[in-house]
Design a protein around this ligand. Sequence first.
Ligand SMILES: [Zn+2]
Length: 272
Amino acid sequence: MRPFRAIVGISVVVAAALCATPPRSMRMYVFDCATLKDRDPANYGLTRQQVESVDMSDPCFLIVHPRGTLRWETGLNDAVYDRPEGGGAKHDKIDKSLKSQLAAVGYQPKDITYLAISHLHGDHSGNANDYAGSTWIAQKAERDYMFGPGLPENIHPNEYAALKNSKTKLITGDYDVFGDGSVMLILTPGHTPGHQSLLVKLPKTGAVVLTGDLYHFPGERTFHTVPVNDKPETVASRAKLEALIQKNNAQLWIQHDMIGNRKLKKSPAYYE
Ligand SMILES: [Zn+2]
């Protein structure tokens, strides 16, 4: 069994070297953090004919920058959904845990410098406790909502409870994560009080906007419909984001768009 051990040893060394030496230019990894099954288009103001797929993708992202790393979104909780039958009423599914996908590119959660999530919902905050050792960059309005009274029943505060004691950078608006304009958190409230989106400017790929849940189905953008449970601020937040897309000539990646997601390069491949 020596050769096997040697190979394992080498890959551990390679993985350690990967995270010990930050790359000279940026990378963005796309992880598959779940498939959400059979969502009802009517909840987003759409008909069945106006959507291509009623299943939704649920990606998580890792941005590696010479000055550190940012985990954007933590997906559905691995322990609950990473099983053959899936979990929840609709059998939402994880095919590969986030932790294992992260390890495959040479990182453990404790290596990650910054954590940011678009909002508190369980398909975005499910594994947040794993990142309690990172600096959490949080919109004040969202953090207040997450740890305040009167949360709706569909929220699982236990899945992000450890963030309460994280080193936290509280923000109230847009925020430049690495100080060079390459990764910007964009405050886009409406879906939740402190919902945010992410603008990433990559050297080769160009600018990409990650929506969080500002849109779910592309049909919401085409037919100008708003999720029934969103507050009216969503309309202004979308106008703000669309202006940003124009200004930066950015691609828009609607995170829950199953069809768009299929076309993305998945980790261990990455965007530069
Ligand atoms: Zn979502």
